[in-house]
Design a protein around this ligand. Structure first.
Ligand SMILES: [Mg+2]
Length: 182
């Protein structure tokens, strides 16, 4: 049977978005994320992080910096008993300064490439899966990939049709509990 996935944007969802976070000194986990993800995996959600990383294409940090930071982040998750199974990053951007990354990409949200990749790799049922983003483009990508439940973590943005706004991980936990027991 296909599983349930909890797909997360990174900057602004896992960690505070202080613009072009490329190094661990800049990486600060958002309050409540570990507790929330443990609760999600305990009821059977498989976890993945899907992140636009135009900072690589823009030369703010290198792909190697990004992978190092990702390894460190995964160790921090493990230490908190959170098993993130997949992390996908898109380095391309149409305005990238590095020529090898200067292009449109099907992986770059709001395009659904990373969402579809995660669904396939983790064998997820999108109609039972959840995406949490802090930008409308995250949830546009999720919708284009068929992900049924789309949460906008923001206290400033107005959710578009089909999105549910949440202000904290305590609220996300309530939402998840509701759809998991429905
Ligand atoms: Mg974000």
């Amino acid at each position: 049977m296909l599983g349930r996935g909890l797909l997360l944007d990174r900057d602004g969802v896992v960690n505070h978005d202080t613009a072009y976070v490329g190094f661990r000194e800049q990486f600060q986990f958002i309050d409540g994320i570990f507790d929330f993800l443990r609760a999600a995996q305990d009821v059977g959600y498989r976890l993945a992080i899907l992140t636009n990383q135009a900072g690589v294409g823009r030369g703010k940090y290198t792909a190697e910096d990004y992978y190092k930071l990702t390894e460190w982040m995964l160790r921090e998750f493990s230490a908190q008993h959170v098993n993130v199974e997949l992390v996908l990053g898109c380095f391309e951007h149409p305005d990238a300064v590095l020529p090898e990354y200067k292009r449109e990409s099907y992986w770059r949200k709001p395009n659904p490439g990373m969402v579809l990749e995660a669904i396939q790799k983790l064998r997820l049922n999108p109609s039972r899966s959840v995406f949490i983003g802090d930008q409308l483009r995250d949830l546009e990508a999720a919708a284009a990939g068929g992900v049924a439940h789309r949460l906008l973590l923001s206290d400033t943005l107005t959710p578009a049709a089909g999105m549910v706004r949440i202000a904290s991980y305590a609220e996300a936990k309530v939402f998840l509990h509701k759809i998991s027991t429905a």
